[in-house]
Design a binder for this molecule. Structure first.
Ligand code: 13P
Length: 253
């Protein structure tokens, strides 16, 4: 049984004062039936990890460098994130692929570094609107999966997030059928590569305009093990209904 995961990606949002929401979150969801993770911007990772120590809320980062140390001004390595108290790192988000030209080969190298540092790598894949309209979605996702996921991946150290680029921050979401088609495809690919046991143990998150109003419907889709939430993870009032919908689904399934 895969434990469900509600993950928040704060992106480039949040100052120290915003860490107060973590207190609300941990108080509201102590003993929660699902895993909780917040990935704040880098300057807040250590303070967030300290604020959430011993609670149900884990802290992650949004990127890492493939090397452990060296002359790479402005970059942060996976061991540094682990040292700061992070237990996970988002890799290959479409915003990094677009803004920084990150390739799947680079994402794989980063994921390997994350695994070596004991971090869970949350590896993102997703198609653009043009690619979906050209009916290339599964080809694109298949290529991203093979190249971005390292051989070191297991159910313990890897999570895959399906985030269609056109659904991110737009209020648009795919239909349940579209989400199910991609998640079933990802599951089949993972089972083919890592065997039935390994492939079935890796959690699959959906991301892109998840909110309280659509969460239950999305979480009922096959092979959806949780969500990677952007905008709606910034405030406890918005994130809590999503967590509750996932906990309800966990109890029902
Ligand atoms: P939104 O939930 O704001 O659409 O962002 C999704 C996302 O990119 C999470 O990584």
């Amino acid at each position: 049984m895969r434990r469900k995961l509600a993950a928040g990606n704060w992106k480039m949002n949040g100052l120290r004062a915003d860490l107060a929401m973590l207190e609300t979150l941990r108080a509201a969801h102590e003993g929660c039936a699902v895993d909780l993770l917040i990935c704040p911007p880098l300057p807040l990772v250590a303070a967030a990890a300290e604020a959430c120590a011993g609670s149900a809320v884990a802290i992650g980062a949004q990127d890492c460098h493939p090397e452990d140390a060296g002359a790479h001004t402005g970059d942060t390595s996976a061991p540094m994130l682990a040292d700061a108290g992070a237990s996970a790192v988002i890799l290959g988000h479409s915003e990094r692929r677009a803004d920084h030209g990150e390739t799947s080969d680079l994402v794989r190298a980063k994921a390997q570094a994350a695994h070596a540092a004991g971090l869970v790598a949350i590896i993102c894949v997703g198609e653009s609107l043009e690619q979906r309209e050209a009916q290339n979605t599964l080809d694109i996702i298949g290529g991203q999966l093979s190249a971005s996921i390292p051989d070191t991946a297991t159910g313990e150290n890897t999570v895959v997030a399906y985030e269609p680029c056109w659904a991110i921050g737009t209020g648009l979401t795919p239909t349940s059928e579209q989400i199910g088609d991609v998640h079933d495809f990802i599951r089949a690919r993972l089972e083919r590569r890592f065997g039935a046991g390994g492939g079935r143990s890796i959690r699959l998150l959906y991301g892109g305009s998840v909110k309280g109003a659509n969460a239950a419907e999305i979480f009922a889709v096959s092979n959806v093990d949780g969500a990677l939430v952007g905008g709606a993870s910034l405030k406890a009032d918005d994130f809590s209904p999503i967590i509750n919908a996932l906990a309800d689904e966990a109890k029902a399934s």
